[in-house]
Design a protein. Structure first.
Length: 240
């Protein structure tokens, strides 16, 4: 693989893809080998859809360096799969795939809005791993576009949690940490809370919440408590 990664022969692409499936060991070499070849972006996209963990990091980084023309639609909707290693790639994906253009455009869909929320949630708190909102120039525009589209979506538990984590970061940190002015930050927090405290969104939390889940126990005691989210204050009777 080290030798192949220095060459340009297109006939090696199927072999590189197969070996690249062993991504924890061969991911970096496979990603570099495919990036160098004509047709490599399609091959990298094929591999990105089939690997996880560190292998996914290497392949998606290569896609972002490649220019992300053919893979842009997929990157904008599926690049981050929820793994904690997504912190290394979220900012790269947002930048390379021109997230600010996609989410502020007219051709948006649920997958794009959901993945935008995931990217924003990751970038809010991935310091030391990758680009944070503080260093992402279009942060305030993307946040504003996300919350505007969030309010038009069908409420789900995952959408609620992502939005609440974003709102908690905005409210708990200085505005500069989110790439916003004071006024922008305060307005965004109000917009997120207006959606999260709607009755249909509160009902979605009540229907989907697993009180025995460790994550949701943490969530209820931290973001939900700090934001005084209606869905949780109603459960506990604490309406302060």
């Amino acid at each position: 693989m080290a030798l192949i990664a220095t060459d340009w022969a297109e006939e090696d692409i199927p072999l590189i893809q197969t070996i690249g499936l062993l991504s924890d060991r061969f991911g970096p070499l496979a990603a570099e080998a495919l990036r160098r070849r004509r047709g490599g972006e399609h091959a990298l996209l094929w591999l990105a859809q089939r690997v996880a963990g560190w292998g996914r990091v290497y392949v998606i980084e290569a896609l972002c360096r490649h220019g992300a023309y053919a893979s842009r639609r997929w990157l904008l909707r599926h690049a981050c799969d929820g793994d904690y290693l997504n912190g290394y790639i979220a900012g790269r994906v947002a930048t390379a795939a021109h997230l600010h253009e996609a989410i502020t455009g007219t051709d948006t869909d649920d997958d794009l809005v959901d993945h935008t929320g995931r990217l924003l949630k990751i970038m809010a708190d991935c310091g030391g791993m990758g680009m944070t909102l503080e260093h992402y120039p279009p942060a305030s525009r993307v946040l504003a576009a996300h919350v505007a589209r969030l309010g038009r979506q069908t409420p789900t538990l995952n959408r609620y949690v992502d939005a609440a984590v974003i709102a908690d970061h905005l409210a708990d940190k200085t505005p500069q940490r989110s790439g916003c002015t004071n006024e922008q930050r305060d307005h965004l927090v109000r917009q997120y809370l207006a959606v999260l405290d709607r009755q249909d969104w509160c009902d979605a939390v009540g229907a989907g919440l697993d009180a025995d889940n460790d994550f949701f126990a943490w969530f209820a005691s931290n973001p939900a408590a700090r934001l005084h989210l209606r869905a949780f204050t109603e459960m506990t009777g604490d309406d302060r």
